[in-house]
Write a protein that binds this ligand. Structure first.
Ligand code: GUN
Length: 304
């Protein structure tokens, strides 16, 4: 068997065009576009690339997009003052403070200062709590988990009743929220992690296997149940001596070529979950804008 390769780039383009259509309608009815503010503190090169891409995507969706660049030496109180200003700015529907923050800043304090209604990352305790309480339609849902769920639904449909899902990784930004979303869609969910005994055997139970551990190609082909849907959230940069000295390449948490011999469908790295993250940020910004204006938010699970 060779697996279907799930094209996250193509799917993310469909999400973005769905969002752009509805943003156009929003703008014509309300006389203003949805607004996204991204805050970047410091000079982390990866963060600079991510933030630039978020801004470009937001503009392509027809959003009002602003970026606030703060120095590496920014004081926590200045960052909190900016968040407060953005919370009160009526043109801003979504606020994203790019992580990691400089060491002198208490990141948790900053994230908790964001108005939950504008928390398009879905990291605020109010949104975490709403998702945990099964109120996804009132929450803002973290982007990578939400994108992963849409890719799963693109293969298996919305109702995962009777299916065993195994999530490898228990982080607050991926593992736990993915598990909540899978539960909401009726899967039977196990959260496994680095301390799980016989992890390979646990993975072999999975009809849906989500890998979010951050260990390059840890999940081997024979850990994958025949016919499983495999979602690889890992992005690991490893040496690529076959290219030339000093070169690197990106690999996921799954040994993709091996796993593709067992799986029904699998996401590649790059080009799988990664592109979905930014697309879901746009979706969350539109959702926040609609809710703030008392209008129905679009159902993202309608995108196929
Ligand atoms: N840094 C890396 N990924 C993310 C993300 O999804 N959100 C934020 N705020 N920062 C990040």
């Amino acid at each position: 068997m060779t697996a279907q390769i799930i094209d996250g780039k193509a799917f993310s383009d469909r999400v973005a065009s769905f969002v752009a259509d509805r943003a156009r309608a929003f703008t014509s009815v309300l006389g203003r576009p949805p607004g996204l503010a991204v805050v970047l503190a410091g000079n982390n090169p990866a963060s600079q690339v991510y933030v630039r891409n978020k801004g470009l995507r937001a503009k392509a969706c027809g959003f009002h997009s602003v970026q606030h660049d703060l120095p590496e030496t920014v004081r926590e109180e200045d960052l909190l003052a900016l968040v407060d200003r953005l919370n009160r700015d009526p043109a801003i529907d979504g606020i994203l403070v790019q992580l990691p923050l400089p060491a002198q800043v208490d990141a948790e304090r900053v994230l908790q200062a964001i108005d939950p209604a504008k928390d398009v990352d879905g990291f605020h305790p109010v949104n975490v709590g709403l998702l945990g309480a099964g109120a996804r339609d009132k929450a803002l849902v973290p982007c990578t988990p939400y994108g992963s769920l849409l890719l799963i639904a693109s293969v298996l449909g919305d109702d995962l009743s009777g299916l065993e899902a195994v999530v490898v990784g228990r982080s607050n930004i991926v593992g736990k929220p993915v598990a909540q979303l899978l539960l909401r869609h009726n899967a039977t969910v196990t959260i496994a992690h680095s301390r799980t005994r016989a992890l390979d055997a646990v993975c072999r139970r999975a009809d849906i296997l989500v890998a979010a551990v951050g260990r390059p190609e840890m999940i081997r082909g024979d850990w994958v149940k025949p016919g499983a849907v495999v979602i690889d959230v890992g992005i690991n940069r490893v040496p690529a001596p076959d290219k030339s000295a000093g070169k690197t390449r990106l690999v996921g948490d799954v040994a993709t070529a091996e796993a593709a011999d067992h799986a029904r469908a699998i996401t590649p790295v790059p080009g799988g979950v990664g592109p979905m993250t930014i697309a879901m940020l746009m979706a969350n910004t539109l959702t926040a804008a609609c809710r703030r204006e008392g209008r129905p938010a679009p159902d993202m699970t309608a995108v196929r």
